[in-house]
Design a protein around this ligand. Sequence first.
Ligand code: F6P
Ligand code: MN
Length: 358
Amino acid sequence: MPHRRATFSKFIIENMRRQGGQDADLASLLNDVMTACKLIAAAVSRNPLDTVGPGATVPNVQGEEQKPLDRIANEIMLEACEYGGQLCGMVSEEMEHPARIPDGYPRGRYLLVFDPLDGSSNIDINMTVGTIFSVLRAPVGVTEPTTADFLQPGTAQVAAGYALYGPVSMLVVTLGDGVHGFTLNRDIGAYTLTHPNMKIPPSANEFAINASNARHWEPPVRRYVEECVEGKAGPRGADFNMRWIASMVAEVHRILIRGGLFMYPRDTKDVSRPGRLRLMYEANPMAMLVEQAGGAASTGRLRILGIAPTDIHQRVPVVLGSRDEVERLVNYHAAYDRGEDTRFEAPLFNARSLFRSA
Ligand code: F6P
Ligand code: MN
């Protein structure tokens, strides 16, 4: 009975009631985020019919390619969330500094941090992209937040989620009480609850990593991947499958549905960058979702949600997914750091390498 499914708005209000309180500001903020996600879903599905043509790609603050749709998605999020009076500032992957709430709009108690269009290298090839968001409380009394006011650990998140723009559009959220997935029903223009209480299986034989970086990985990551690739005959005693979509939203969604491990670990490709993914608007919201679904999220050495940020655009290594697999990789890091495991010191291109030629 599709019409009996709870809409996102109804679910949020009832969920807050169940948790023993109702925060009208948070409910309306999440509604505004939802509206932005619908508008971005529409923009993504029109692309490339009416977006700007060639030459419009420019570098963003991170030195990465910023596509027209990155800018459009950013504008949509800002415009949908700035007027309602629930926020006093926003941080986006696409802006160097926090965005001010324009004069004339009331200021609220919350901060919104987001990646407006994650995985945007997939836009040109018509593959899944998404929006990631995190809600924090503004420090008491602050109405014009500075960068420092955003630098809160992931454990301080009040809510987190992502929208996925794939064959169907979905919105997956947590308010600290489980993870719930909503599917955009285009007939009625509403997200309705299709995946209540999502749970990540504790173990799974599937991993995701960009293997083109193999030569730059640290030994514990080499060990993990090589043991998976050795399959039934190796120490894991099981065959593993690998996936790499190059869109974090899509990878995390797969893990929430069927488990597995997703890694963008620390590597030595560019030593000035401790990882590829950004802590505040990629790693933290995804880590909250994954932990709320019974999984784990680590840098390989530290719990992601415990990290005290020092920069709004800071990068971290990310290892997340099925609990047993994350724990295994954390144990491999610990053993290596204690000097107990040196077998994988050598580059992978050796006799027992992942990439051996014969
Ligand atoms: O935003 C960063 C991101 O696009 C993620 O969505 C994705 O997991 C990763 O980068 C892909 O990186 P690479 O291009 O190195 O495979
Ligand atoms: Mn991203």
